[in-house]
Write a new protein. Structure first.
Length: 684
């Protein structure tokens, strides 16, 4: 499948595929199969319903599925920009997306849309997809311009206001064309998985790559997407050969694999640090033979369009890195340059600086926020050309060789990534402060024993807080409930601690380094109720493993233990391993405590309802093995292998960076010659 146009809009490419292979399955989902011919005709109906407007933002209020695919392509073919609106998000947050983007039209189904009365009454035009008829009529369109709007994706904002990133046709078509060519997908159309949430720009890779090549997009059910052992089975059953996923999902999937994925050929990872041990263990468990699976590490902020760096790890070739070593993000895509800068100077190999990205295939910046756009899209300090614009990523990095291979070392500001989703801590703090009864707030990212980041919120309360939020011991859960109304799930802190005061610096700012660790405040268990049945005892043992604690009370809610959605996914895998029980996330969260969960398992015949052997307290709460740490109320914030230590090294190196004028005294003449040669090649 080829296209004579050099850089067609992504929807033009998909139209060509639809016409070339109308009977081939474009997507397979729990609700059915959609052929390319059906995709073209159904999306034509959506496009005709939207043709009265051009180059505007259209909201798509759907869960991941066939209706979303049809609406996305139809919106694009009407020459409007699509904006995903995830029905699992709080309605207030969706309304903020609509307001910030200037969206005037929302496409949905009545079964989904009518659950959002505030959106229905907000004045937006609702287009119900079930009322639209499939059409073979040709669409009347204007010629495509490179900077025509293509999509809107939101990132977290430090002030509490979400930032709308406006993607354009040139940037999107460039990335899709690169990935098709780089991995030979036109010649070998993939069976590709869709694992990312629709509000995460990675979902565009999931969706548009297979549809642009004549492949088949495989859509899992919510449980298959979220529960690792179900995902592993689904990948085998669907014969998935091409997969994008964040490292967190890759690790959970690897742990759940009990047999290989014989059809998997390429797995691409992005959004978080990827370590050599992640790749080694995944290949070991997922491969039916040693030379089966190629791994790829991708990197690129949302503002630069999907990804701008890649590092290929060919199948069958062992990695030179040590298991605990973080893998590089590699080399820039064609038409892109990587600049590691210390101020206005280019860093030599091995020197740490900030990653800047130079490419004409970037997004159009923040929608309706020119002042924010100018802060991150800045003039290249290495040239005098005012039109030479580069993107300031906020990530620390370094060249690791003279060939320009890049390693990303982490953030230098208040952003963190949880499960691959970029979160501004300032936004979470702002939303906490806006809750009545909260006087002040701070949010910090901690790291548990497995290297997984989680958010901890610290709040001080007003004198009238008890009348507004209830008793002090109930405040954390009440605040989490309030935040869940306005924030994405990944942004809600796993733990919220009520403190009397927030430590301050001499300038009056919150000193986050002096905030107590969660276990320092909650290290002592209160009213720990021991298990009364064998099933409760087995679940408590799993929870001690999950939360790295000596004691688990059967009446303490999962959330109060520090459990978030990621902990819940891990818990479901543990329950499947221990009891061979398949529970959905909805069922799991409905059973808030060990006692309630044990009753569900016993009622279904998975557990055992006989009374547990009554063991003296001393024996029952015997210490864990030394390597598991001392007794904790919450997960200890131990070092994650590689990443935090590299972060500290990066901070140290950044403080010691010398001006470029001193470089000749710091490096040998031969090294300086190689650096000048390297700099010249980079700028070309």
């Amino acid at each position: 499948m080829t296209n004579s146009k050099k850089n067609p809009a992504f929807y033009e490419r998909i139209e060509d595929v639809c016409r070339a292979c109308p009977d081939v399955p474009a997507a397979e989902a729990p609700e059915g199969t959609l052929t390319y011919g059906e995709l073209l005709r159904r999306s034509s109906g959506v496009a005709q319903a939207l043709q009265e407007q051009k180059r505007e933002v259209v909201g798509l209020l759907f869960p991941a599925g066939l209706d979303y695919l049809v609406s996305l392509l139809g919106t694009a073919r009407s020459q409007n920009a699509f904006m995903p609106l995830d029905p699992s998000f709080p309605e207030k947050r969706l309304l903020r997306f609509i307001e910030v983007s200037g969206c005037r039209t929302v496409v949905s189904t009545r079964s989904v849309g009518e659950a959002f009365p505030e959106i229905l009454n907000s004045g937006v035009r609702m287009v119900w997809i079930e009322d639209l008829e499939a059409s073979d009529d040709e669409l009347v369109r204007e010629p495509v311009k490179p900077l025509d709007p293509a999509y809107v994706m939101f990132t977290s904002g430090s002030t509490g206001e979400p930032k709308a990133v406006l993607g354009n046709q040139r940037g999107l078509a460039h990335f899709i064309g690169w990935e098709r060519k780089e991995f030979g997908l036109d010649e070998n159309p993939p069976r590709s998985s869709w694992l990312s949430a629709i509000t995460f720009d990675v979902s565009l890779r999931d969706i548009l790559i297979p549809l642009s090549t004549g492949g088949t997009l495989c859509v899992p059910s919510p449980d298959e997407r979220q529960v690792p052992h179900l995902l592993a089975r689904w990948l085998r059953e669907k014969r998935v050969s091409f997969m994008h996923c964040v490292p967190t999902v890759l690790r959970l999937l690897t742990q759940a694999l009990d047999e290989p994925l014989p059809d998997m050929r390429t797995t691409l990872s992005a959004g978080e640090p990827l370590f050599a041990r992640d790749v080694n263990l995944y290949r070991e468990r997922a491969s039916a033979h040693p030379a089966q699976i190629e791994m790829v590490n991708l990197y690129g902020p949302t503002e630069t369009t999907l990804a701008k760096f890649f590092w290929r790890m060919p199948a069958g070739e062992p990695l030179p890195q040590a298991p605990g070593q973080m893998l590089p993000v590699g080399h820039p895509l064609p038409g892109t340059a990587a600049l590691i800068l210390d101020g206005a100077m280019l860093c030599p190999p091995g020197e740490v600086g900030e990653i800047y990205i130079r490419t004409r295939y970037r997004t159009s910046g923040y929608l309706n926020r020119p002042e924010l756009t100018k802060k991150v899209f800045v003039q290249n300090p290495l040239t005098d050309d005012p039109d030479d614009i580069i993107y300031r990523s906020g990530d620390l990095g370094k060249y690791i060789d003279d060939e320009g291979t890049v390693e990303c070392l982490g953030r230098r500001d208040g952003q963190v990534k949880i499960s691959g989703v970029r979160i501004e801590l300032g936004e979470v703090e702002t939303d906490l402060r806006e809750i009545q009864g909260v006087e002040d707030a701070a949010v910090v990212a901690h790291v548990d024993g497995s290297g997984q980041k989680f958010l901890v919120g610290y709040v001080t309360l007003t004198e009238s807080s008890e009348s507004l939020l209830g008793p002090r011991e109930d405040v954390p859960e009440r605040l989490r409930e309030e935040l869940a109304k306005v924030l994405a799930p990944q942004s809600v802190p796993s733990i919220i601690l009520v403190v009397d005061d927030l430590p301050r610096t001499t300038s009056g700012k919150v000193n986050k380094r002096m905030l107590p660790k969660p276990d320092e405040l909650l290290g002592e268990e209160a009213a720990c109720v021991p298990p009364a049945t064998r099933t409760e005892e087995r679940i408590c043992a799993l929870w001690r493993e999950l939360f790295e604690r000596d004691r688990i009370s059967v009446e303490t809610p999962f959330a109060q233990l520090g459990g978030d959605s990621l902990h819940a996914i891990k818990a479901l895998s543990l329950l499947y391993r221990e009891f061979n029980a398949n529970l959905s996330l909805r069922e799991f969260f409905h059973a808030k405590t060990v006692r309630e969960l044990a009753k569900i398992l016993d009622d279904r015949g998975f557990g055992s309802a006989e009374g547990a052997k009554r063991t003296p307290m001393k024996g029952l709460w015997s210490p864990l093995r030394k390597r598991q740490g001392r007794a904790l109320r919450l997960p200890r914030c131990r070092k994650a292998s590689g990443w935090p230590s590299r972060w500290r090294k990066a901070e140290t190196l950044m403080r010691s960076l010398k001006p470029m004028s001193l470089m000749p005294t710091l490096i040998s003449r031969s090294s300086l010659w190689r650096f000048r040669k390297f700099r010249s090649a980079t700028m070309r």
